[in-house]
Design a protein around this ligand. Structure first.
Ligand code: CP3
Length: 345
């Protein structure tokens, strides 16, 4: 197996810097669009054969060093009792937002193995189809990011409802976070049991918080998820989008790998996290619209900076944008594989 990615996660020596990309499966790929033309997004997530097919597309087309399960972070919210829809215009819509004690009380801590069986079936199928070519990454939203979708009812600009609940009714907010933490632990444990060889926790919205609020309302739950999952023995990646102001706290997550977005220089991130941390990132997704030579300069810069960490997995600082030219994504993977070789003089 190409285990370069798993070795890098563990901080072991590697022949080259491995790369995978957040949102490597998705709308920028014509092959994905062809599948999606006949099925809506949630139905695709729930269809193991098709979900496995689109998971494998970027592995074949791009030559990345890991596959990431095709799914969505919001999948566990339906088993918890919420109504979830994806609208073409607005993205995810949760029609009955959770903003009161009784709403939190109504939430179910699901038997994920049963209620999200399609996820684990997809993972089992993928492990067979991948034949150990590259490792398979499972994932979940982190408790706080899932809480924002539940409380706001979808995406949000200023997260007013979330912060109102958090600041004014901290007990209710804490109760919601506890339920989400238990759900995320069982959801990711089940993914690992089904065959996921690493897992990533996406904390897409934690960067909207001040450091003290992050430390009080988010970090303890992340630490619980990570410490429980450590028992499963696979690498855990923790990604906070917009992490620059929070890194001193994010450092305490306990995760094996810390994902870095592009708004902070990789050298500075490593200085704050310390040289014992493995880092993942951090090319601006918009750099994929640059001419090849300019893109390569940026790749070399990040690779060089990544050298000072215990390990480095190349990635974007956030997901691939739907408008991205596929040939540029292929060029990125090639550039990382060429310039990230460790045997160069
Ligand atoms: O990375 C991958 O290739 C695996 C698949 C994956 C998707 N979503 C597929 C998807 C992963 C890891 C996610 C995570 C996810 N989903 C996050 C965290 C990562 C991040 O981007 O910060 C979040 C916040 C979501 C919630 C979500 N899903 C939103 C806000 C939207 C709408 C906006 C958008 O990009 O379309 C989605 C839909 C979604 N998730 C799509 C895909 C491929 C597009 C669906 C389509 O085909 O129309």
């Amino acid at each position: 197996m190409n285990d370069t990615f798993l070795k890098a996660c563990r901080g072991e020596e590697v022949e080259y810097t491995p790369i995978w990309l957040m949102r490597q499966a998705g709308r920028y790929l014509p092959e994905y669009q062809a599948v999606r033309a006949n099925i809506d997004f949630l139905a695709l997530c729930k269809n193991p054969e098709l979900a496995a097919q689109v998971t494998l597309q970027p592995v074949d087309i791009l030559g990345v060093d890991a596959a990431i399960l095709f799914s969505d972070i919001l999948i566990p919210l339906e088993p918890m009792g919420m109504r979830l829809e994806f609208s073409e215009k607005e993205g995810p819509v949760l029609s009955e937002p959770v903003r009161s004690k009784s709403a939190v009380e109504r939430l179910i801590i699901p038997d994920v193995e049963e209620d999200a069986v399609f996820v684990f079936d997809t993972i089992r199928l993928l492990r067979r189809e991948l034949e150990n070519k590259v490792p398979l990454i499972g994932f979940s939203g982190a408790p706080f990011t899932l809480a924002t979708y539940m409380i706001e009812g979808g995406s949000s600009k200023n997260f007013l409802h979330t912060k109102k609940l958090m600041f004014q009714y901290d007990t209710i907010f804490g109760y919601l976070m506890e339920k989400l933490t238990d759900t995320v632990i069982s959801y990711l444990s089940a993914q690992i049991k089904a065959g996921a060889q690493a897992v990533q926790l996406f904390d897409t919205w934690a960067g909207i918080l001040s450091p003290v609020d992050y430390k009080t309302f988010v970090l303890p739950y992340v630490r619980k998820v990570v410490s429980e999952l450590k028992k499963e023995g696979v690498p855990i990646i923790y990604f906070v989008n917009n992490c620059a102001g929070l890194l001193k706290e994010v450092k305490k997550s306990g995760a094996d790998v810390t994902g870095i977005d592009w708004r902070i220089d990789m050298s500075e991130a490593i200085r704050t996290l310390g040289k014992k941390m493995v880092v993942q990132g951090n090319l601006d997704p918009c750099a994929l619209f640059l001419p090849k030579e300019v893109l390569e300069q940026r790749v070399k810069d990040i690779l060089w900076k990544g050298e000072s960490a215990k390990g480095h997995i190349f990635n974007l600082g956030h997901g691939v944008l739907p408008q991205t030219p596929v040939e540029n994504v292929i060029a990125l993977v090639e550039a990382v594989h060429t310039f990230g070789r460790k045997d160069k003089s």
